[in-house]
Design a protein around this ligand. Structure first.
Ligand code: BGC
Length: 756
C-alpha cells in the first residue's frame, strides 16, 4: 500500500492564483507592477544590510546617513533592509531609524514601503531590555510545545514593538552533525520534534494576522540540508540521498508550509555537489511544486555572489545572478554591495531573464508587504510598544529555562546512600569553571550581538551562575573559583581550584562552551577543551563530590571525566534566567524533567542518531561473533532523569491489527512512585520490525509532558494512524507495508500487525 509524495501541479497553483486574481490586493499589486520600472522591480528583490544606510555614532549606535539613504532608496530602489549595526538600540532608537527609512521610501513615486527583517532567534537580539529565552535546543529538551509557542508569541510582540515585522526564524534544520556550530539553534536530531515545535512557533508568530501589531512574518530556514555538513563546518557540503531528504529533512518544511509560514531562507551550502541557491530542482520542483510553497524565497547572506566566489558554479557574478533567479530566488540578501542590482537589471533589459519572471517575485514581495499592513502604515506602531518587556515574559524565560533542564546523571553518595542531587541548602559548595562567571555561555549566539560574546552588552540585572548561587545559598556556604572572561587562564588554574575546594562539601563545575555563532564556532574536535578536562580532573582528584553543569550549545565529549562526576546537569543555552533555573534545579526547587533531544555522543568518531537503522548496531569486533552495541552514545536520545520516580504499567492497544484507514489508540498508566511532585515526558516510539528497505530501529511518534503529584497515577493516551507507519522508499514513495510493528513506552512494548 503506498501513496506518492504530495505533488502539487503547476496547474493547481495557477488555478489558486487565478481564484484570488480579483481581490483588492491583487488589483493593487497588478497596478503597481504596471507602473514600476525594471529598476524598481529589481530594487524590490534586493535586501541590504542596515550599514548601507547608517553610520555608527560616537556612542556606538547606528544612525541614519541621509545621503546614503537617499542613494539606496532613489538610485537603487531597495525594497528590504536587514540586521542591526553597533550596539543594541532602545525601542525609540529603532523607531527613529525605521521611521527615517520609511519617510524616504514614501517620497518615491510608487511609495512602496521598505520591509525590515531581523534575526530574533531566541528573543529579540538587538533591542535593549528585550527578553532572551533558552535556545531552541533547550526548548526541544522541555518537549513542551506550548512553551515554544508562548516564546514565539512573546518574541513576535517584542520584535514588532521594535518596529520590525519580519523575523528570520524558526530554524528547522536537523541536528544530526554534532560538530556543526549552529546545533543550539535547532530542535535536535528528530524530524518529528522539529516539526511539532517549528509548526507551533510559526503559528504563534503569524496566526494573529500579519497586519496586527502582535505578529511577525516567520522564516523557515535553512532550506534544506544545511545542518548536515560532512566535515562539520558551517556552510560546507552535505551529501544527502533523496530518500533521506524526504524522510528526515523535508517533512518539517512540508508541515511548516502547511502551517502558513510566509517566507523561507535558503541553505548557503550544497547538497550532493549542487549549491542549493542554484538548484532549480530543490527551489522549484520540490519547494514550489511538490511542497506547494507560494511565499517569499530569500537567499542567505551573500549567497548569490558566492555561487561565483565560493561554489565556483558561475564564471562571473552576473552569471551567478542568472542562475539563482532562474532557480527560483525571489529576494537576494546581497547585502553589502550593488552588483546584484546592476546585473539583474541588465539581465532583464537584455532579455536574458524575462520581465515576467521577475514580476512573479515582485508580486510575492509586494503581497507580503500588503499582508503585513505596511502599505496602510509603514511606521513602527506606537500601540505595539506596550507589548515590550512585559513582566510575564521574564517569568516565561524562567519557566522555559526550568523546563529545559536535563539531568543526565545523579549517583548515590557513598556517605549516605542518597542521590547527590538535590543539594541540601546547608552544604558548603564551591562554584567553579569558565561558565560560572560569564553571561555569554548562558545565552549563546544572537544575544545582544551576533556572537553573544560581548559581556558588557548584557543587562546589569542578568545573573551569572555565581550571582544566582549567592542569591540562593548566601555568603556563608558559598565559595567561588570563577573569573570574568571565558579564556581567562585563572579559570583553569588547577592548583587554585584544589585549594579553594579544601573546606567545601561539593564542587559545582560549570563547563562547556563559550558563546559563538555560525562559522566562528567551528570545531576540529568535539572533545571538551583540554584545559576544561584538566580542571575537571583536578576537581575529581580532590575527592569531593563533583557536580558537572554543562552550559554548551552542542554535546562536547566528556567520556574521560564522566565517571568521576557524581551528578551531571545539561543546561544547554538557558538564556537570561538560566542561572537561576540551574541553581533552583541543583537545590530541588525545580524538579528536572527535560530530556535529550539528541544522542549525546561518547566518542568523537562515533555518532549515530537514535533512529539509525538496525545494521548500525551490528559490530563484529572479534574474528568470530558479533555484538549489537553499535549505538553507544554517552546518553541516548530521550534520556533525562528526575528527582521523582515513575512507573509504567498497562500498555494497551485498541487492536492487534490495523488496516489502512484505522486509528490505533495506545494508552499507558504512569505513576509517580516517589514522594516528590514531578513532571515527566512520555515518549511513544514505533518500530517497523521488517520492511522491504532497512527500517529504523525506532521512531518517536508522539510525546507529552505530564505532571504527577506524589503517588498520583495518570492514564496517557495517544492516537496513531497509518501515516505514522510509513517510510520513504527508494522510489520516493511514502509507503506502509504489511507486517509487524512494535509500540514502546518507557520499558513497555507491544506488537501489532498492519494488514494490507
Ligand atoms: C545566517 C542566517 C541569518 C542571516 C541574517 C546568516 O549569516 O545564516 O541564519 O538569518 O545571516 O542575519
Amino acid at each position: 500500500m503506498y501513496y506518492k509524495l504530495k505533488t502539487f501541479s503547476v496547474g493547481l497553483i495557477l488555478l489558486a492564483f487565478q481564484a484570488n486574481a480579483n481581490t483588492d490586493v491583487d488589483k493593487r499589486i497588478q497596478k503597481l507592477l504596471n507602473s514600476m520600472t525594471i529598476e524598481e522591480k529589481v530594487g524590490q528583490m534586493t535586501q541590504l544590510d542596515v550599514r548601507q544606510v547608517t553610520n555608527t555614532s560616537p556612542e556606538g549606535f547606528a544612525v541614519l546617513d541621509k545621503e546614503k539613504l537617499s542613494t539606496i532608496i532613489h538610485k537603487y530602489k531597495t525594497g528590504s533592509i536587514l540586521n542591526a549595526a553597533g550596539k543594541p538600540m532602545s525601542i525609540s532608537q529603532w523607531h527613529t531609524l525605521i521611521s527615517g527609512i520609511q519617510d524616504e521610501a514614501l517620497t518615491t513615486s510608487n511609495k512602496i514601503p521598505v520591509l525590515y527583517g531581523i534575526d530574533a532567534i531566541h528573543g529579540v537580539t538587538y533591542t535593549t531590555g528585550s527578553t532572551l529565552f533558552p535556545h531552541n535546543i533547550g526548548i526541544a529538551a522541555s518537549m513542551n510545545n506550548q512553551l515554544g509557542e508562548d516564546i514565539a508569541r512573546a518574541t513576535a510582540m517584542e520584535t514588532r514593538a521594535s518596529g520590525i515585522r519580519w523575523n528570520f526564524d524558526p530554524v528547522l534544520d536537523l541536528a544530526r552533525q554534532p560538530l556543526w556550530s549552529r546545533f543550539e539553534e535547532t530542535f535536535g536530531e528528530d524530524p518529528y520534534v522539529t516539526q511539532e515545535m517549528g509548526v507551533g512557533m510559526i503559528k504563534a508568530y503569524e496566526e494573529g494576522g500579519l497586519d496586527k501589531p502582535t505578529a511577525v512574518a516567520s522564516t523557515m530556514k535553512h532550506f534544506v540540508g544545511y545542518s548536515a555538513p560532512t566535515n562539520g563546518k558551517d556552510r560546507t557540503p552535505a551529501i544527502i540521498s533523496d530518500k533521506d531528504l524526504w524522510e528526515y529533512y523535508l517533512p518539517q518544511f512540508e508541515a511548516a508550509i502547511e502551517a502558513g509560514s510566509s517566507t523561507i531562507m535558503i541553505n548557503s551550502a550544497s547538497i550532493n555537489g549542487v549549491p542549493v541557491h542554484a538548484s532549480k530542482h530543490l527551489l522549484d520542483t520540490v519547494l514550489r511544486k511538490k511542497l506547494g510553497f507560494e511565499g517569499l524565497v530569500l537567499t542567505d547572506w551573500e549567497d548569490i555572489i558566492r555561487l561565483h566566489t565560493r561554489h565556483k558554479v558561475a564564471k562571473t557574478p552576473r552569471e551567478a545572478v542568472k542562475i539563482a533567479i532562474n532557480a527560483g530566488i525571489d529576494m537576494s540578501m546581497v547585502p553589502n554591495e550593488m552588483s546584484f542590482f546592476e546585473h539583474l537589471t541588465d539581465l532583464v533589459k537584455s532579455g536574458e531573464i524575462s520581465e515576467q519572471r521577475i514580476d512573479k517575485s515582485v508580486a510575492i514581495i509586494l503581497r507580503l508587504k500588503f499582508r503585513l499592513g505596511l502599505f496602510e502604515n509603514p511606521y513602527p506602531e506606537k500601540e505595539a510598544i506596550k507589548n515590550f518587556a512585559k513582566p510575564e515574559f521574564k517569568q516565561l524565560a524562567l519557566e522555559a529555562a526550568r523546563d529545559s533542564m536535563t539531568l543526565l546523571k545523579n549517583e548515590s553518595l557513598v556517605k549516605n546512600g542518597a542521590a547527590t542531587l538535590p543539594l541540601s541548602i546547608d552544604s558548603k559548595v564551591l562554584v567553579a569553571g569558565p561558565g560560572a562567571h560569564n553571561l555569554g555561555p548562558l545565552h549563546g549566539s544572537w544575544s545582544y550581538s551576533w556572537q553573544g560574546s560581548n559581556e558588557e552588552r548584557y543587562p546589569e540585572s542578568t545573573k551569572t551562575l555565581i550571582e544566582a548561587f549567592a542569591d540562593r545559598v548566601g555568603a556563608d556556604n558559598l565559595s567561588t573559583f570563577a573569573f570574568e572572561g571565558y579564556n581567562n587562564l585563572a579559570n583553569y588554574d588547577v592548583d587554585g581550584l584544589a585549594k579553594a575546594a579544601q573546606s567545601v562539601d561539593y564542587i559545582i563545575l560549570a563547563l562547556g562552551e563559550r558563546s559563538y555563532a555560525e562559522s566562528p564556532g567551528a570545531l576540529d574536535d568535539l572533545t571538551l577543551d583540554k584545559n576544561q578536562i584538566k580542571l575537571a580532573q583536578a576537581a575529581i582528584l580532590t575527592g569531593k563530590p563533583v557536580i558537572l553543569v554543562l552550559i554548551e550549545g552542542r554535546p562536547r565529549i566528556i567520556r574521560e571525566i564522566e565517571p568521576g562526576m557524581k551528578a551531571i546537569l545539561n543546561a544547554y543555552r538557558p538564556g537570561s534566567e538560566g542561572a537561576q533555573a540551574i541553581v533552583e534545579t541543583l537545590y530541588g526547587d525545580n524538579n528536572p524533567a527535560g530530556v535529550l533531544p539528541f544522542s549525546y555522543p561518547q566518542f568523537t568518531g562515533d555518532y549515530s542518531p537514535y533512529d539509525r537503522n538496525f545494521l548500525t548496531d551490528v559490530q563484529q569486533l572479534q574474528v568470530t561473533g558479533e555484538s549489537y552495541n553499535g549505538y553507544k552514545p554517552q546518553w541516548p536520545f530521550g534520556h533525562g532523569l528526575s528527582y521523582s520516580t515513575f512507573e509504567y504499567s498497562d500498555l494497551t492497544l485498541s487492536d492487534d491489527n490495523v488496516a489502512i484507514d484505522d486509528d490505533l489508540l495506545v494508552s499507558v498508566n504512569i505513576k509517580n512512585t516517589s514522594k516528590v511532585a514531578g513532571e515527566h515526558v512520555v515518549q511513544l516510539y514505533v518500530s517497523d520490525l521488517y520492511a522491504s528497505e532497512s527500517p529504523a530501529v525506532k521512531r518517536l511518534k508522539r510525546y507529552q509532558r505530564i505532571s504527577l503529584k506524589p503517588g498520583e497515577s495518570k492514564k496517557v493516551s495517544f492516537t496513531l494512524d497509518t501515516d505514522d507507519l510509513r517510510f520513504v522508499n527508494s522510489s520516493l514513495e511514502r509507503v506502509v507495508e504489511a507486517g509487524d510493528f512494535e509500540v514502546m513506552l518507557g520499558t513497555l512494548k507491544k506488537k501489532f500487525t498492519f494488514v494490507d
